[in-house]
Design a protein around this ligand. Structure first.
Ligand code: FDA
Length: 388
């Protein structure tokens, strides 16, 4: 095999950004491999034939950023719709707006509080445990927004996310629970947000549309029978960007980093619109899933070309990930952080390899953060390697 200048393991946003930069900034020849049968990593989506919905295969993905460098970069490859993310929650037979705002509060307390009155009320309710250091997530939640709102909107939802009663969870899982004392229910506070106009996958394909970039899907970096495997590339001294799980790279020799995963259950309805919004949270214990995504509603601008008789919904069930599950959210206990630090020590023993992305660095990153870290990693670590 004649190796290229750079091998990228993982066709997610980190890998694609690095590959695009290597071609543009160094004229490099880049080969990308991914063990999955599609590009885009967890941000991949496909169009559902029956309904016309764009289904985000690994959970709802909304692009948002306040980072100008990232916004300018992504706009080179896609236009964005004017979608603005808003979430609703079903609790005790009623639908409320989230994040908790004056509309939520006034509906919940059947009141017409002014911002100042609502603030005073929440402060008073949050004072229930005043002077006590919250020992668990339950107490922390109460001390942040008061018992009534905490028990209605946070407690059972969190229990479902963690499959654990919040009184058994560490207080450190939540630092703050935002409450807005006005009617603003726009979910993100970022300068820019939107969805890629013709879908995520079209965006990603444009990033690597260059003859100097080749790609193979369905190829595992750890499969020694294929030429772009770890041992062969290391022996040949080929620069590698690795965006898979860092513990897997070292064959879990120091132990497994812990993650949560999500199972999706697809439901179809004979309706044009089932929820009237893209994301419905279920705050109560009697509904076993945390939330449901109605994908058609992310793209109202496509309504004319969608099926008006059918809609597709994915219910999300959260649980701890075992080896072999899709790792989604790093659990990040102190033990995990220590373990990750030890893997970082091991990385120093591997020449010509850059570890990046959410799996390679054991971090929850939004898409804009992954692109930002990829642009920086390219400049600081990868470009110097290619210039050698
Ligand atoms: P990513 O996981 O996407 O890519 C890594 C790639 O490496 C994968 O394609 C994998 O198959 C491949 N790989 C791994 N091991 C391999 C091996 N041995 N050989 C070959 N290939 C291998 N962000 C946001 O901005 N807005 C949002 O709304 C959401 N929503 C959201 C929901 C859920 C449920 C999750 C889990 C995440 C989000 N995100 C998000 C975050 C977003 O998914 C994330 O920022 C990017 O997908 C990360 O891109 P990476 O390239 O780092 O990893």
């Amino acid at each position: 095999v004649t190796y290229p200048d750079l091998v990228v393991v993982g066709a997610g946003l980190f890998g694609l950004t690095v590959a695009q930069q290597a071609v543009e900034k160094a004229g490099a020849r880049v080969h990308i491999i991914d063990v999955r049968d599609h590009i885009g990593g967890n941000a991949y989506s496909y169009f559902d034939e029956e309904t016309g919905a764009e289904i985000h295969k690994y959970g709802a993905h909304l692009f948002h950023t306040s980072n100008q460098r990232v916004w300018e970069y992504v706009n080179r490859f896609t236009e964005f719709t004017d979608y603005v993310h808003r979430v609703y929650a079903t609790h005790d037979g009623e639908v409320y707006p989230l994040p908790t705002n004056l509309g939520t509060i006034n509906q919940f307390f059947r009141a017409h509080y002014t911002p100042a009155e609502a603030k005073a009320l929440i402060e008073e309710q949050a004072g229930e445990l005043a002077g006590k250091d919250p020992q668990n997530l339950n107490d922390k939640g109460i001390s942040l927004i008061g018992r009534p709102l905490y028990e209605a909107f946070i407690k059972n939802y969190t229990a479902k996310q963690w499959q654990t009663d919040p009184s058994e969870l560490p207080a450190s899982i939540i630092n703050r629970l935002p409450v807005r004392f006005n009617y603003d229910n726009r979910y993100f506070k970022d300068t820019w947000e939107g969805l890629p106009k013709d879908g995520y996958t079209a965006w990603f394909e444009r990033m690597i549309d260059d003859p100097r970039i080749t790609m193979e899907l369905g190829v595992d970096f750890f499969d020694a029978s294929q030429p772009y495997n770890k041992a062969a590339l290391n022996a040949a001294g080929v620069p590698v960007v690795y965006t898979g799980p860092v513990d897997r790279y070292f064959d879990y020799e120091l132990g497994d980093l812990k993650w949560r995963t999500v199972d999706f259950k697809e439901v179809r309805y004979d309706e044009d619109d089932h929820f009237g919004c893209p994301v419905m949270n279920f705050s109560d214990a009697d509904v076993p899933y945390t939330r449901a995504i109605e994908f058609k509603n992310f793209n109202p601008e496509r309504h004319d070309s969608q099926n008006h008789e059918r809609t597709v919904v994915w219910e999300e069930y959260s649980r701890f990930a075992e080896r072999g599950d899709e790792p989604y959210y790093p659990i990040n206990t102190e033990a995990d952080k220590d373990l990750y630090a030890k893997y970082v020590e091991l990385e120093r023993t591997v020449p010509n390899t850059v570890f990046g992305g959410r799996l390679g660095t054991y971090k929850y990153y939004d898409m804009h953060q992954v692109i930002d870290t990829a642009l920086t990693a390219y400049e600081e670590q990868i470009h110097p390697m290619l210039a050698k």
